[in-house]
Design a binder for this molecule. Structure first.
Ligand code: SAM
Length: 248
């Protein structure tokens, strides 16, 4: 399946998150899990960046990860955290709650079908979604490569991420290509890889309609990971959802 992370994208995933200035999601999830009894599932648990500390803090949480490279990193870095290596779409099970942080839900095709399926697996869903304001407003150029972020690798080389995106408004999708380049200290290219992701995005109204239709009620909504002012643009929305009756 295309949505799993591989190669440099998997290897550098955590380093790019560390270089971000944005606040993390760990405390939000830790808080969410406080009143959940029984086993919860973390979909797209990646390298264990959040899963590891949550399990180490005593939460009854299992990771589910499609990419074998990400799952291997997770087991190596956080051996106490169980990770099932499987696509969520093929995973069966019933859980106290399901967590899908860090925009992973937006990688899944057919969101309506996925929300219905989630409804069969749990009554409590934690979802974090992002809205591509910078891409939609034209702040980031469409159809051309731009420098996104750079990191210093622990081995001394430099890691560079360039991005190129396209908006497909009819389907509410952002098609994003990433080009990862590893450069030696003298600037020569050592390794280069490209990946492509298709991310669904939703306006607030469309999302609320979709949730209602699929039997989810919004219990709580946290904007921009709890950071910033009340009237800031909402780039990231974290939803606490509970199962409710599907309207007839
Ligand atoms: C944006 S990353 C987030 C990783 C992790 N949640 C974090 O915040 O560090 C998305 C992760 O979801 C995984 N993934 C994508 N599609 C998946 C699927 N269908 N089932 C399970 N995992 C999936 C990817 O391999 C990747 O590790």
């Amino acid at each position: 399946m295309k949505s799993g992370y591989h190669g440099l994208e998997a290897l550098w995933h955590d380093l790019f998150w560390e270089a971000e200035e944005a606040p993390g999601e760990l405390l939000l999830i830790d808080d969410y899990l406080q009143d959940k009894d029984g086993k919860s599932l973390y979909v797209g648990s990646g390298s264990g960046r959040l899963l590891g500390p949550l399990v180490e803090a005593g939460h009854e949480l299992t990771g589910l990860e499609l990419s074998s490279e990400m799952a291997a990193l997770s087991r190596e870095r956080h051996p106490s955290a169980e990770v099932i290596e499987e696509a969520w779409q093929e995973h069966e099970g019933r859980y106290s709650s399901i967590l899908i942080p860090a925009f992973t839900f937006q990688l899944f095709p057919d969101p309506q079908k996925q929300l219905q399926r989630l409804r069969e697996q749990t009554d409590h869903l934690y979802l974090t979604l992002f809205f591509p304001w910078a891409e939609l407003s034209g702040d980031l150029p469409q159809n051309q490569w731009y420098f996104d972020r750079g990191i210093q690798l622990p081995t001394g080389e430099e890691g560079e991420l360039e991005t190129r995106h396209r908006i497909k408004e009819q389907t509410g999708s952002l098609v994003r290509k990433h080009r990862y380049t590893m450069r030696s200290r003298s600037g020569e290219i050592v390794r280069q890889e490209e990946t492509e992701q298709r991310l669904r995005f939703f306006t607030d109204v469309a999302l609320k309609n979709l949730l209602k239709k699929t039997g989810w009620a919004v219990k709580k909504e946290i904007y921009n990971l709890g950071d910033g002012e009340e009237d800031d643009l909402i780039y990231v929305s974290t939803l606490h959802l509970t199962a409710h009756e599907i309207p007839t």
